[in-house]
Design a protein around this ligand. Structure first.
Ligand code: M6R
Length: 444
């Protein structure tokens, strides 16, 4: 994030691809930033420039042009709340954001479930009736949320779902079908690869939808419609609450389409909604799991790598757990489908290979167990995360028995986030500002 208060003199600027926001305060001060997170509490109102805009700013005036003509910027009020900028007793923003997840998911759900049905504002599920395929496109953690969403869309809404990594999609000359709905997922709304992928979909005349955390961001302004995830400002470079709110939002979207298409029964819808409403409770955790994970973390500082494994929706969660760990601990970690280990990676198994096994009780427990047993038989060091005792594990984190897979998903998600955090802290790393990473990747 860049923020500059102008000193006397003039500054010339132009907007091309990377985000640029112009803001003002009550005293005539003019500011430039790449995200409004930097402006909140500093400036009062902001205007979001489009590509091709350019101009000149003095200490108290600003002129903006596009295509050789003056344009009038429309400024909107910025929020005044700076509480996100304080750690509120936590050592790291990432830690604070992990514990905030219960409250922000409650916010994500707020007003979106009415009379036993999901009703996301601005989504007319009937208008999506001719959609016969959904293409999700995103990067990093948002890509993992997309992958999780593909399971909901096929299972609940009975719509074919494809998942694309934006940096691959934009150069592989994809064949696109006009009846596909193109859904981009982004915390920042400014990720260059995702934005370019969205432009390709728009040029191919697909219907587009953004699932995004930042209103007025470039992706939100370009997409035909947006569902905001309402995670609030996320400061930690390693995404936590943004992921939780993305998954919840996409789950709701799949359910809303399922309702409109009557592709799930009334009882199933009722149980899905009950599970959705239960998420804030699952995410409302005491400090006890973190204390326990802190003690376990010392076992994981050496070795030659980590495999996070899971099946079904626990596979995207395994990918996300591995990404969290590599981002902030700088240790090598891979997420893998548990059933795929025998097709190659099991060759790496020895006592210095750490396996983090997601073993939910509600999804393919016996299958996952037998995959983990194969690794244990090759002496891999196993951390099992499960409600079921697993006698072959070296370390064990017991989760609670739950009726719905997503309840297990969110309980394990927090464990993985805390696991990454505690290892990184033990290694003395800067958890909030990991090396080589930026919060918003506005270049390709
Ligand atoms: O803002 P976006 O969601 O589009 O960002 C995508 C990735 O850059 C982002 O998720 C990145 O992987 C995070 N650092 C993950 O913690």
């Amino acid at each position: 994030l860049l923020i500059t208060k102008l000193e006397p003199g003039k500054i010339f600027f132009a907007k091309n691809a990377a985000p640029l926001i112009v803001a003002k305060d009550a005293n005539g001060g003019i500011f430039f930033a790449s995200s409004d997170a930097a402006l909140i509490g500093v400036a009062d109102e902001a205007a979001y420039l489009d590509d091709g805009a350019y101009g000149v700013a003095g200490t108290d005036e600003i002129k903006i042009f596009a295509n050789g003509k003056d344009i009038n910027l429309s400024f909107s009020k910025l929020a005044k709340d700076k509480s996100y900028a304080q750690k509120e007793g936590y050592k790291f923003f990432m830690e604070k954001e992990i514990y905030e997840q219960s409250a922000v998911v409650a916010e994500t759900l707020m007003g979106r479930i009415k009379d036993g049905e999901v009703s996301l504002e601005k989504i007319d599920a009937q208008a999506l009736e001719d959609v016969d395929e959904v293409i999700f496109c995103a990067c990093g953690t948002s890509y993992h949320a997309a992958l999780a969403a593909s399971y909901f869309f096929e299972r609940l809404a009975k719509i074919r779902a494809k998942v694309e990594i934006a940096s691959e999609f934009r150069y592989r000359e994809p064949l696109l079908n006009k009846n596909s709905l193109f859904i981009v997922i982004s915390q920042s709304g400014e990720t260059a690869d995702t934005l370019e992928a969205l432009k390709i979909a728009k040029n191919a005349r697909l219907k587009t939808l953004a699932v995004c955390n930042v209103d007025n961001s470039s992706i939100v302004r370009l997409a035909d419609a947006t569902v905001l995830t309402r995670a609030g400002i996320e400061k930690g470079v390693a995404s936590t609450k943004a992921f939780a709110t993305q998954v919840v939002t996409l789950w709701m979207l799949a359910l809303q389409i399922a309702q409109a298409k009557a592709s799930i029964s009334k009882e199933e819808l009722k149980s899905e909604i009950a599970a959705l409403l239960h998420v804030p409770q699952i995410l409302n955790i005491s400090k006890e799991p973190q204390e326990r994970i802190r003690r376990l973390a010392k076992h994981y500082l050496h070795g030659h790598g980590f495999f996070f494994i899971g099946r079904d929706i626990f596979y995207p969660l395994a990918l996300e757990g591995a990404l969290k760990l590599k981002e902030i601990s700088y240790l090598h970690a891979e997420g893998y489908p548990a059933g795929e280990m025998k097709h190659g990676p099991i060759a790496l198994a020895d006592e210095r290979l750490f396996t983090i096994a997601l073993m939910p009780q509600t999804v393919l427990y016996e299958k996952t167990k037998s995959n983990v047993e194969e690794l244990a038989a090759r002496d891999a060091y196993i951390l099992a995360i499960s409600p079921e005792e697993f006698e072959l594990s070296d370390d064990f984190i017991k989760t609670s028995k739950q009726a719905h897979p997503m309840s297990e998903f969110f309980e394990m998600m927090i464990i993985l986030q805390l696991f990454a955090l505690e290892i990184a802290v033990r290694l003395g790393n800067d958890v909030d500002m990991p090396r080589n990473l930026a919060k918003s990747v506005t270049v390709e």
